[in-house]
Design a binder for this molecule. Structure first.
Ligand code: PMP
Length: 387
């Protein structure tokens, strides 16, 4: 849409031309605490004055990394206690997949249709939509895709499988929520055959779904958790996290089996510590649950009145608004944009529009956003769409 951004603050983007937009996509689930949060800016400035990069990750003790890893381990289940920092979500998934292959000594990987795990060769290999894999063949061998949220096909997970990677709530797949029964059965099956269960919470993590991490909705703890996006509060940072006995495999035979220069950059880690502080102190996961329910209820009321909406679903502030066809969903996005509200598509589902505002959205912004969503839905028919 060609916006030239001059400033981003809280829930708003400001353009050079002087227009203000309410951001209901959060830089794609990054700005969970809003844009350019003062606590993050302060932490970054302080760290920039001390040191930037000093050495390949893991060689020296750098306080922002150590403190952040300890803080993450403190809020996660006991088994998820060893953190490896990366620069992005795709690298977090790369690390998790390599970890599983090396730990189990097995060749196969299982993923799910409709998933998105990133765009490096490894994470693209387990991304569940063939048009995004096809141009880059050959990718990793031995990857099998199972239908999302169906229990019977889980029997195809056997003892030759190193890992099963899944988003408990698919983002790019169109905000599809796995059922509790399915995820519990998946957990059971992975434990039975000794395959590692990787939860990709790059998009759903850090309070977005109304819990600090989406796995908490399901009572299922993965063997490996991958994170990124909102983690750095606007700076690039990701992580894969697992048990000590599993993570140890990357430090031996050969030593330094998986290294990164910039992963866990101290400035990003300082920003992440400040971000996590805000999320926890302001109880933003609860806020996401509360205002997410308000948005969903409002949209469901609109759905009953307007014929254009097929479904409304989501958890917390990870909401999908599904239309009957892609032309209507594009018209809706354009209609909202023309009224100063930014919402976005999902990569694998052209009929689903994602609604994911910052968790810090004020009550006034919430009202303004919901009013604009409703008006934009009502006006869909009259706009030309984006073609
Ligand atoms: N996993 C999921 C679930 C994602 O939504 C994304 C990004 N949309 C990624 C991985 C890739 O993350 P990144 O862009 O930071 O590499």
């Amino acid at each position: 849409m060609g916006l030239e951004i001059s400033r981003a603050l809280g829930s708003h983007l400001y353009t050079r031309g002087g227009k203000r937009y309410l951001d209901f996509i959060s830089g794609l689930c990054v700005a969970n605490i809003g844009h350019t949060h003062p606590a993050v800016a302060k932490a970054v400035i302080r760290q920039v004055q001390d040191y930037l990069h000093v050495m390949v990750y893991g060689e020296y003790i750098q306080a922002p990394q150590v403190r952040l890893a300890a803080k993450l381990a403190g809020i996660l289940p006991e088994s998820l206690s060893v953190v490896y920092f990366t620069n992005s979500g795709t690298e977090a998934n790369e690390g998790a997949l390599k970890l599983a292959k090396k730990f189990t000594g097995r060749p196969r990987l299982i993923s799910f249709e409709g998933s998105f795990h990133g765009d490096s060769h490894g994470s693209c290999s387990v991304t569940g939509r063939s048009i995004y894999r096809k141009p880059f063949q050959p990718l990793l061998p031995g990857v099998t895709f199972l239908p999302f949220d169906r229990i019977a096909p889980l029997s195809r997970i056997t003892s030759s499988v190193a890992a099963v990677i899944i988003e408990p709530i698919q983002g790019e797949g169109g905000i599809r929520i796995a059922s509790k029964g399915f995820l519990r059965q998946l957990r059971r099956r992975c434990s039975e055959v000794g395959a590692l269960l990787i939860f990709d919470e790059v998009q759903s993590g850090f309070g977005r779904t109304g819990k600090l991490f989406a796995f908490e909705h399901f009572g299922v703890v993965p063997d490996v958790l991958t994170l990124a996006k909102a983690m750095g509060g606007g700076l690039p940072l990701g992580a894969f996290i697992s048990r000590p006995d599993i993570m140890k495999t990357l430090s031996e035979d050969p030593p330094l089996s998986h290294v990164t220069t910039f992963g866990g950059n101290p400035v990003s880690c300082a920003a992440a510590l400040a971000t996590l502080g805000v999320i926890l102190e302001e109880n933003l996961a609860d806020r996401a649950a509360r205002i997410g329910a308000l948005i969903q209820n409002r949209l469901k009321r609109v759905q009953r009145r307007e014929g254009a909406i097929k479904a409304v679903r989501g958890r917390g502030l990870m909401i999908g608004l599904e239309f009957f066809d892609p032309v209507t969903s594009r018209r809706f996005v354009k209609s909202a944009f023309d009224r100063g509200l930014i919402v976005g598509w999902t990569l694998h589902s052209q009929t689903v529009v994602r609604i994911a505002p910052p968790l810090t959205l004020t009550d006034e912004e919430l009202k303004e956003g919901m009013d604009t969503l409703e008006t934009s839905i009502k006006r869909i028919g009259s706009g030309p769409g984006l073609g």
